[in-house]
Design a binder for this molecule. Structure first.
Ligand SMILES: *[C@@H]1O[C@H](CO)[C@@H](O)[C@H](O)[C@H]1NC(C)=O
Ligand SMILES: *[C@@H]1O[C@H](CO)[C@@H](O)[C@H](O)[C@H]1NC(C)=O
Ligand SMILES: *[C@@H]1O[C@H](CO)[C@@H](O)[C@H](O)[C@H]1NC(C)=O
Ligand SMILES: *[C@@H]1O[C@H](CO)[C@@H](O)[C@H](O)[C@H]1NC(C)=O
Ligand SMILES: *[C@@H]1O[C@H](CO)[C@@H](O)[C@H](O)[C@H]1NC(C)=O
Length: 699
């Protein structure tokens, strides 16, 4: 999984300032920098002093528009930050300009972002923040009107076209809080920071109003396919759209466009065609809506923000040839704007699907506890937001929707593609929501290794060093985790097959699975000196946890052979040794696959032992350090569920205490690696492994 150097680099690249914005903002920013420096020096405290309510808790960073590795907008919290007290940020921490104002009876209020240099606006006052699996909702008071701002990032596990659309909604509605009539207008804009990791590069843009939609489309004037700068893709377009009815639009310098709205409550329907660098007089792309005079709750002004590109993924196929793959949704639309239009018009249905999904997750996870339900709700967008569903083209140029592969970016730790030991902890998320997504994640790894280009006898670690280039490792020099990855592939493959009764993976790739099993037999019982998925802890010989992984992996192959009707092979791989194997989260696989290879006494022993080493923030990974992993702790909670609900809940409480301790040290999209003594995140953030928080739901 991770290379520490890169994780630190991601931290360093985090921008803490809104720097050279136009006008007064640099002064505001300077003051804020001083304040944040002072704050950073203050002792970390989990107690927040905000005046608004949070439900279920204040996370380290609130997901706003989180749909893909490149559409990943968050609101960092510190110890609690209102929607208009910080700029939305990319998962790396760099700013994504996204501003919002309302005018009420001609008086302007800021509700989103930190726009400076504009006169005549005051801050709306936040009353509440809440989140579910798909939505983050803020209520703010703007004088005599309360506005509700709902950020909906759909999770569409069973519709590959919809899930692959890298778009997200922001809906803004208003309601009088004094029983009187009020005239209300709503504004929002994005900057060109959404299209690059280098703000000195030139962007260009167009604004159109057609088919009932106002659409701004922004891109780099010089594109670089499949290449990233500071984790932003340097390819494709950002989109900002809304319904045309009652709307006005404007592009131009940030302070000019925003001042126009603040002063007049509408925009000039003009375009600035002086294409320039992202940071050169900050071009922004605004849309305003007149909600009219309202006497009760208004219907929402719905905005769509997105970032799409085509092709999306570069993928190695047989003979070293390279294939360009497209996000699934392009099979249904002839242009990006057509896709955005469909997404915009689908808002009501998308909202009701999202509400159903949220309710199901809440109901299923609440059976364990409300703390657990909160943790799961926070984790789902982050897990899905690291992935993209793709298809290839037929020789005649048409899309081949039978060839579905899903790709995952190992966000924050090193940017690898489809890292096996990152898919493994995220596995419960796919198993719970739609196991076909798990299959689509494993398929690239199977196809590549079956093509014979990977030289090692164990499973490859990942599909490529740098997302979105899935170019394999024909030199065999991928990060070596032979036992870990071979065991993971066998376990996930059997798990998928058990859950779906679809034998296609094991039928097609039996010889590859057998090859990995042979490797496990030679290496698993006394593991050679090697790293496990927790590679930040270094290599070690004879790791009990790896031996467990190998044993369960071999036993998984016995079941695979049995499903294939190969009785002799099955029996060959199902020999047992009831010697105790110690403790660890890899026993989760024994429960997930329903083997019960390990006797109850092992689980009972562990359950009582963990209680002796528990701290306020959970249980350390092992005796070498005080740090731990949130995903592995929830795996452990899940595997001990039938042994002790008290120990299960102890783990959930520890992770929940960490997840809900937003402070100046914990302000990034939640990181799975943290210290159990301080409750402070280590080097990771925003990684999809939080899918592992669904481990109880997947059993
Ligand atoms: C913007 O740049 C792209 C290349 O990224 C180019 O294809 C397009 O024509 C340009 N659009 C305008 C309006 O200049
Ligand atoms: C690992 O176990 C083997 C077999 O018991 C033993 O020979 C070897 O010394 C052990 N290695 C370490 C580093 O403990
Ligand atoms: C049984 O497993 C051993 C390795 O332990 C292997 O060498 C042998 O080929 C296997 N036999 C069958 C029938 O799979
Ligand atoms: C291991 O234990 C299980 C259940 O207790 C038992 O069925 C099995 O025969 C034992 N295996 C061996 C090799 O002792
Ligand atoms: C189980 O493994 C231990 C340690 O390798 C060995 O001494 C013992 O004979 C094995 N038991 C069986 C039933 O294979």
């Amino acid at each position: 999984m991770p290379h520490i150097a890169n994780a630190s680099a991601a931290l360093l690249s985090r921008s803490t300032s809104s720097d050279a914005r136009s006008g007064l903002q640099s002064v505001v920013t300077f003051a804020m920098n001083i304040l944040s420096l002072l704050a950073a020096m203050a002792p970390v405290t989990a107690v927040s002093a905000v005046s608004w309510t949070a439900s279920p808790f204040i996370p380290h960073s609130v997901p706003l528009a989180v749909r893909s590795p490149y559409l990943s907008a968050w609101l960092p919290q510190g110890s609690g930050t209102a929607l208009n007290e910080a700029w939305p940020a990319f998962w790396t921490g760099s700013i994504l300009g996204w501003a919002g104002y309302v005018t009420v009876d001609g008086k302007a209020y800021t509700y989103l972002g930190l726009p400076g240099g504009v006169t005549g606006s005051t801050n709306a006052v936040q009353k509440s923040m809440s989140f579910t699996a798909t939505q983050s909702t803020f209520v703010l008071t703007a004088g005599p009107v309360d506005i509700t701002v709902t950020f909906l990032s759909p999770v569409e596990p069973s519709d590959f076209a919809k899930q692959s659309m890298p778009f997200s909604y922001m809906a803004v509605s208003a309601a009088p809080n004094d029983g009187a009539l009020h005239s209300v207008q709503v504004y929002s804009d994005i900057s060109a920071e959404w299209v690059t990791g280098d703000n000195s590069l030139t962007a260009n843009w167009t604004t159109t109003s057609a088919n009932g939609m106002v659409l701004h489309q922004v891109q780099l004037a010089s594109q670089s396919q499949f290449n990233e700068v500071s984790d932003h893709i340097q390819q494709g377009s950002a989109y900002f759209a809304s319904t045309a009815c009652s709307a006005t639009f404007q592009s131009g310098q940030d302070i000019i466009v925003r001042q126009q709205f603040v002063t007049h409550g509408n925009l000039a329907n003009t375009q600035d065609t002086n294409f320039r660098a992202v940071s050169n007089n900050w071009p922004v792309f605004g849309i305003a809506h007149d909600l009219g005079t309202i006497s009760g709750p208004s219907s929402p002004a719905v905005f769509v923000v997105g970032h799409a590109r085509d092709p999306a993924i570069e993928y190695i196929v047989s003979g070293g040839a390279v294939q360009s793959r497209s996000s699934y949704f392009w099979s249904q639309f002839s242009s990006g704007s057509a896709a955005v239009l469909s997404f915009l018009n689908d808002y009501s249905s998308a909202l009701s699907r999202a509400q159903n999904f949220d309710a199901k997750v809440q109901s299923d996870a609440s059976k364990t506890s409300s703390d657990y339900a909160a943790l799961v709700a926070l984790s789902i967008r982050q897990a899905f937001g690291a992935t993209e569903i793709t298809i290839s083209k037929n020789p005649d140029g048409s899309f081949n929707t039978d060839d579905v592969l899903m790709f995952m970016k190992e966000i924050s730790s090193d940017g690898n593609v489809n890292t096996v030991d990152v898919i493994f902890p995220s596995w419960p998320a796919w198993l719970y929501t739609n196991p076909s997504l798990g299959k689509a994640l494993l398929l690239p790894l199977f196809e590549y290794q079956a093509s014979g280009q990977y030289p090692n006898k164990w499973s490859v670690h990942d599909m490529g060093s740098s997302y979105p280039k899935a170019l394999g490792h024909n030199d065999g020099n991928d990060e070596p985790m032979p036992l870990e990855e071979s065991g993971n592939m066998l376990i996930m493959t059997l798990s998928y097959t058990q859950k779906t009764n679809d034998l296609s993976l094991i039928q097609t790739y039996e010889s590859l699975l057998d090859q990995w099993t042979q490797f496990l037999i030679s290496d698993a019982l006394i593991p050679a000196n090697q790293i496990s998925t927790d590679d930040f802890a270094g290599s070690l010989a004879n790791q009990t946890n790896l031996a467990i992984k190998g044993i369960v992996g071999i036993r998984a192959m016995a079941s695979i052979e049995s499903l294939l009707g190969n009785t002799a092979k099955s029996q060959n791989y199902s020999y047992g040794n009831n010697t105790s194997w110690g403790l660890a989260y890899n026993l989760y696989a024994d429960k997930l696959l329903g083997f019960n290879l390990f006797p109850q006494s092992i689980y009972t022993m562990q359950a009582s032992w963990y209680q002796t080493v528990y701290t306020n923030f959970g249980v350390p990974l092992d005796t070498r350090h005080s740090y731990t992993k949130s995903d592995w702790q929830i795996f452990t909670a899940a595997m001990l569920q039938s042994t002790s609900t008290a120990v299960r809940d102890m783990f959930i409480t520890g992770v929940h205490n960490y997840a809900s301790s937003a402070n100046n040290a914990n302000r990034e999209p939640i990181g799975d690696w943290y210290d159990t003594t301080s409750g402070v995140v280590e080097g990771f953030r925003a990684r999809p492994v939080v899918g592992g928080h669904l481990a109880l739901l997947a059993l």
